[in-house]
Ligand binder design. Structure first.
Ligand SMILES: Cc1ncc(COP(=O)(O)O)c(C=O)c1O
Length: 307
């Protein structure tokens, strides 16, 4: 026998991915790391972690608040994981958690091998999906390699606050359910597929429009392929002063951001020249679900005039 099919799915553990609700991704990360009781064990972070006077650091603040030890592995100029650097950091034998960040919604290049390397050394992998929730829920391209993921809802949806932690059983037992927040709206209140479709189309449209600016602007990533849902479309400004351009664009009504304009102090320029150079040049163009093609065309035209 064994060749039968039940009327309904009954395997409660199959494909189960429990999630916990918080006010922000940083609260979700803090709850997870607190639950792991890391003691002297080390957390590894990629060396592109931002700070701002208004928001602090979404990634480093939870670690500092818990007084955890952390070090950095290097990323390349397109935010790809430098696997040799990761291997080197893991070789010290003191790492318990490796954090991967899927920047701006794009799956981190090198993630699969990075997870293998982490597992070989007995480290857990946390996927920071503050930007890539839609690439996970709609595209299915992220959030399936690691042991847990954190999400930021207000970075993708019109919500004032919201964060999630999803975690593979049996590790979910480390989470204190009482650490969760009440009254947070869940993403399933929105048509995530429609939002993903618009964001992808906007990024593809922007990529095409940007070709007219020639070598002044270099998209950090290719136009999003199937399943990739961008949070913003990051470009490198190869001419002009990024901070001035940022100010001018916003004063003209084009809501660009520069998400990692300042790296946290511990990521110093001499040890981390590649990501420092990026942090000075990257401008994040909007692709969100409220944006349409005509205003995006004007955005690119205005950007071209400023460069
Ligand atoms: C990569 C990354 N992870 C986590 C966070 C924290 O997100 P939240 O604002 O939901 O705490 C941020 C932003 O601050 C981020 O950019």
């Amino acid at each position: 026998m064994g060749r039968t099919v039940a009327k309904m799915a009954q395997l409660g553990e199959r494909f189960r991915r429990p999630f916990f609700v918080y006010r922000s991704a940083r609260e979700a990360l803090k709850a997870l790391l607190a639950g792991l009781h890391l003691g002297e064990k080390v957390v590894l972070l990629p060396d592109y972690v931002g700070w701002s006077s208004r928001e602090g650091s979404g990634v480093a603040d939870p670690l500092d608040e818990l007084e955890l030890s952390y070090r950095f592995y290097h990323l390349g100029p397109r935010l790809e994981i430098d696997l040799d650097s990761l291997k080197h950091e893991l070789s010290h034998g003191d790492v318990r958690v490796v954090v991967l960040i899927h920047y701006f919604g794009y799956p981190a290049a090198g993630a699969r091998r990075a997870v293998e390397l982490a597992r070989e050394k007995g480290a857990l992998v946390v996927e920071d999906q503050a930007h890539s929730g839609l690439t996970d829920w709609v595209g299915g391209l992220t959030g399936r390699l690691g042991d847990a993921s954190i999400y930021s809802l207000h970075k993708l949806l019109p919500m004032a606050e919201g964060g999630l932690l999803s975690i593979a059983p049996p590790l979910d037992e480390v989470i204190d359910p009482a650490s969760q927040a009440d009254g947070v709206q869940l993403p399933w209140n929105f048509d995530l597929h429609a939002i993903a479709k618009r964001r992808r189309a906007n990024a593809q449209f922007l990529a095409k429009q940007l070709e007219a600016l020639g070598s002044k602007v270099e998209p950090l990533f290719s136009p999003p392929g199937p399943g990739v849902v961008p949070q913003t479309f990051p470009v490198r400004l190869l001419s002009g002063d990024r901070d001035w351009v940022y100010g001018e664009m916003n004063s003209r009504g084009f809501g660009v951001v520069s998400l990692y304009h300042t790296l946290i102090q511990r990521i110093g320029p001499s040890d981390h020249p590649v990501t420092h150079a990026l942090s000075r040049q990257v401008l994040n163009l909007p692709v969100h679900q409220d944006a349409d093609e005509e205003p995006l065309k004007d955005l690119v035209r205005t950007l071209g005039l400023l460069l």
